[in-house]
Design a binder for this molecule. Sequence first.
Ligand SMILES: Cc1cc2nc3c(=O)[nH]c(=O)nc-3n(C[C@H](O)[C@H](O)[C@H](O)COP(=O)(O)O)c2cc1C
Length: 174
Amino acid sequence: MKPVMSCILNRRSVRTYIPQEVSVDDIMQLLTAASWAPSGNNLQPWKFSVVVNNKDLIKEVSSLTVFRNWVQNSSCLIAVFLDTKIANPKIESAHLKHIQSIGAAIQNILLAANELGLATCWIGEILKNEDQVRELLGVSDDLQLMAVISVGHSNKNSLKSKRRDISKNIISWL
Ligand SMILES: Cc1cc2nc3c(=O)[nH]c(=O)nc-3n(C[C@H](O)[C@H](O)[C@H](O)COP(=O)(O)O)c2cc1C
């Protein structure tokens, strides 16, 4: 199987981490993968705040989600923001495109991590505490929180989640 397809099919959200540091080199690769995502008008509306091998701050950020029990065991958190200075949220149709671009960047991170043998989970539940996340990370309010990604090492990838049959997703084939 081609490497990209293999990464797509083998990636799963991982919620069990072992205490092992993530290297700066690996994080830079994840951010490089994110930066090469497609974006509307190539505006690249993303910004990242990285918390790495900093147990105290990881614990504080984790406390802002109901998933704190396992998020706090990760070695790195990548908070992904939409830069509203680049992407004006008042123009609604454009805003949708910018959010889609951020989704592409996040997916690139997850797939690159999978290739590097790193475990990740996309955490959206924390968005309800956007202001507190921004405060903890010292991020200004012209950046809108899109997700936090937990990154770490794991000895578990059970390939647990399943997908419905593709035929159920195809509404027409003309
Ligand atoms: C927008 C978005 C938000 C998500 N938020 C959370 C979350 O807050 N907590 C969590 O454990 N998983 C979260 N996930 C992961 C999904 O639960 C997961 O992708 C889905 O169940 C499929 O499982 P898989 O990633 O293992 O294939 C989120 C995924 C997406 C795309």
